[in-house]
Design a protein around this ligand. Structure first.
Ligand SMILES: *Cc1c(COP(=O)(O)O)cnc(C)c1O
Length: 359
């Protein structure tokens, strides 16, 4: 009833990429839609977007825009590795579980080695073990350590933790890659500067997410060590990731960055998740699975309750064990949406407990 401004009522906390395009990105794309402009990134919009990223990151980094996060991660990793190298990542890492082997494909065989660690973060002792376990010619040589910020389970690495990961990487002659699909959420969560949780902490390459932050399409691959970007433009072109009408990917970045919408969007999404966490903690039978530090809340629900929620039309992912549910907030989530979900969970869990379906 209150949702008359929406196409249809669609109750979803499935992903931040279910959201639309925010006004700042949309407006910038519209402003870029004037007249003829040079193609393939050789244009003023793209130049300004790169400059803006250099200003936000306070360094003279090399920037490339690609269509999505899978391409950004895969091509960045491929550029850091040779085919006989390996990348060490968390077992829940998007590059390991959700990119259909693209990192291996684009690097012609570089192997991902996954290690465990609590809260979606790498256990550095495990990393050390994976690196030093073998030093012989039969083992794919570790070349990159990959972190996800914010992590796949909604936690964030502190600047100190990133620094320690970088130290381990350096000590073993490895590079540090960061999958920053939700980097903005981490910046806001930590109240840290983008530089402090990237290059100043030792990150060599950052894949900075745009889509989940409120853009239609487009992620930025940011090389803080310019030498690593050697011939990256060819890699993008070969992979089908060089947009001919590049201005429509780059201009929205200007719209997102110049007025701070990227952080406002992330802050709003984080606040919605914080509110959801607070409301869910008041419900008996609901367990919060990980510290809520970004824009998602993971909860263990009675299975019956999760099923009832779905039947009631709520969309969410449950891919971590039986009964574990992920509720993801975005720039477009409203407080009212959060209250609606919490009320629906309270009802579903209450019914499940009354029916004795606590497990
Ligand atoms: C969404 C996401 C990506 C990018 O996914 P695409 O669908 O390829 O854009 C990368 N890393 C993480 C952690 C993500 O959640």
């Amino acid at each position: 009833m209150e949702q008359t401004n929406r196409q249809a009522v669609f109750n979803q906390f499935a992903s931040d990429n279910y959201a639309g395009v925010c006004p700042e990105a949309w407006g910038a794309m519209q402003r870029a839609n004037e007249g003829f402009v040079s193609s393939y990134g050789d244009d003023g919009w793209t130049e300004r977007a790169c400059e803006q990223l250099r200003s936000v990151f306070e360094t003279d980094c090399q920037v490339f825009f690609v269509f999505n996060g899978t391409a950004a991660n895969s091509l960045a990793l491929a550029s850091l590795c040779r085919s006989y190298h390996s990348v060490i990542c968390h077992e829940l890492a998007h590059v390991e579980t959700d990119e259909c082997g693209a990192p291996e494909f684009f690097s012609n065989g570089t192997k991902l080695l996954h290690v465990d660690g609590p809260g979606g973060k790498l256990d550095l002792a495990e990393v050390e073990r994976a690196v030093t376990r073998r030093g012989d010619i039969h083992y794919p040589r570790p070349k990159v350590l990959s972190l996800t910020q914010a992590t796949e389970v909604g936690t964030v690495y502190t600047p100190d933790e990133i620094g320690r990961a970088a130290e381990v990487a350096r000590r073993h002659g490895m590079r540090l890659h960061m999958d920053g699909a939700r980097f903005a959420n981490a910046v806001v969560s930590l109240q840290a500067s983008p530089a402090d949780i990237s290059w100043r902490a030792g990150v060599d390459v950052l894949c900075l997410g745009g889509a989940k932050n409120g853009m239609a399409v487009g992620e930025a691959v940011i090389f803080f060590d310019r030498e690593l970007a050697h011939e990256f433009d060819y890699r993008c072109k070969q992979a089908g990731q060089l947009a001919s009408k590049m201005r429509f990917i780059s201009a929205p970045w200007i719209g997102m960055l110049e007025g701070g919408a990227w952080l406002a969007n992330a802050g709003h999404a984080n606040d919605c998740a914080a509110l959801l966490e607070k409301l869910l903690r008041e419900i008996a039978g609901v367990t919060i699975m990980y510290p809520r530090q970004a824009n998602s809340v993971f909860v263990a629900l009675p299975e019956m309750a999760a099923a009832a929620l779905r039947t009631a039309g709520w969309h969410f992912y449950s891919f971590i064990g039986s009964g574990g549910a992920r509720f993801m907030c975005s720039w477009q989530t409203t407080e009212q949406d959060v209250h609606g979900l919490a009320a629906a969970i309270r009802l579903a869990v209450g019914d499940a407990m009354a029916a004795g379906g606590v497990k």
